[in-house]
Design a protein around this ligand. Structure first.
Ligand code: ATP
Ligand code: MG
Length: 187
């Protein structure tokens, strides 16, 4: 059976959720929920998003408090915003460095079974973090650790390295009708 042979060759995967359509973070959090329910130790590191209040933070904390579940969610940074041209704010760069140091340590620690690097593709896309550094750490990750990277415009080097890459394609989005972000759906 496919499932049995899969069981015989258990392996930590590198997954990427990219593309312009909605659902990259949502899918990663869904996988995190699935993993936590299987007893996997889950760590979600959210780059970029510092200023909003996200519902997933409460859900993770509630789940983490239950016996048998390990589901930690940490927000890194203060909500990095950079649009085109201007140089990145040194404070944002410092926070990216700090965030990446935390991610690297977690990946190499052996303490986790699934790590989500949420929005890391944006940090790389804004040239705040070199893709080679990320690739180097992913190549040295513990055999059984799964890592999910999210964000638009995944770097080709990381796409090459990944086992499973999914592109979310936008067909339509409520924002286009002027509908604002909805609690529970967007945050
Ligand atoms: P989500 O967190 O909802 O799964 P995402 O991770 O795919 O979204 P991000 O690039 O992280 O997308 O953007 C997060 C925010 O931007 C969310 O509020 C989401 O609804 C919104 N968003 C995502 N895709 C689009 C789009 N194509 N047009 C407008 N807004 C979008
Ligand atoms: Mg996202």
């Amino acid at each position: 059976m496919a499932q049995e042979s899969a069981e015989g060759s258990r392996k930590g995967l590198i997954l990427i959720n990219t593309g312009a359509g909605k659902g990259k973070t949502t899918a990663a959090l869904g996988t995190a929920l699935r993993a936590a329910g299987n007893g996997l130790r889950v760590l979600v590191l959210q780059f970029l998003k510092g200023s909003w209040h996200y519902g997933e933070l409460e859900s993770a904390a509630a789940l983490h408090a239950l016996e048998g579940f390990t589901y930690e969610l940490r927000k890194l940074g203060r909500g990095f915003v950079k649009v085109g041209g201007a140089e990145a704010d040194p404070e944002d760069l410092r926070m990216v460095e700090e965030g990446w140091a935390q991610a690297e340590a977690a990946i190499l620690s052996g303490e986790w079974d699934l790590i989500v690097l949420d929005e890391i593709n944006y940090v790389i896309g804004y040239k705040m973090l070199a893709p080679e550094r990320v690739a180097d750490v992913l190549r040295r990750k513990p055999e059984m650790l799964h890592v999910i990277l999210t964000g638009r415009n995944a770097h080709p080097l990381l796409v090459e390295l990944a086992d499973t890459v999914t592109e979310m394609r936008e067909i339509k989005h409520a924002y286009q009708k002027g509908i604002l972000a909805q609690r529970g759906i967007e945050f």
